[in-house]
Design a protein around this ligand. Sequence first.
Ligand code: ZN
Length: 91
Amino acid sequence: MGLEYPVIAFSFGLATGIIGRAKGSSFWLWLIVGTVLPLLGLVAVILHRSEKTEPERQCPTCHRAVKLYVQVCPRCGTDLYLPDPAEVRRP
Ligand SMILES: [Zn+2]
């Protein structure tokens, strides 16, 4: 008795870390999150948005590649509206 919780927590941490790694995030970061918050960490990593799979578009003013959900260009401050589907670049 007493050893069950750490083992279960670590198992969750390991699963969370593996999923986080597969999504292009840090394995160790998610290992810690999943161990400290079993189940909650696992749910968080499943819902976590991967930056690598997020579609991108180009800012019409400075031509910087920005994520589709970005509404103001971080480089030049141009307001970005919903782009032409032809301009959307999928990685
Ligand atoms: Zn720009």
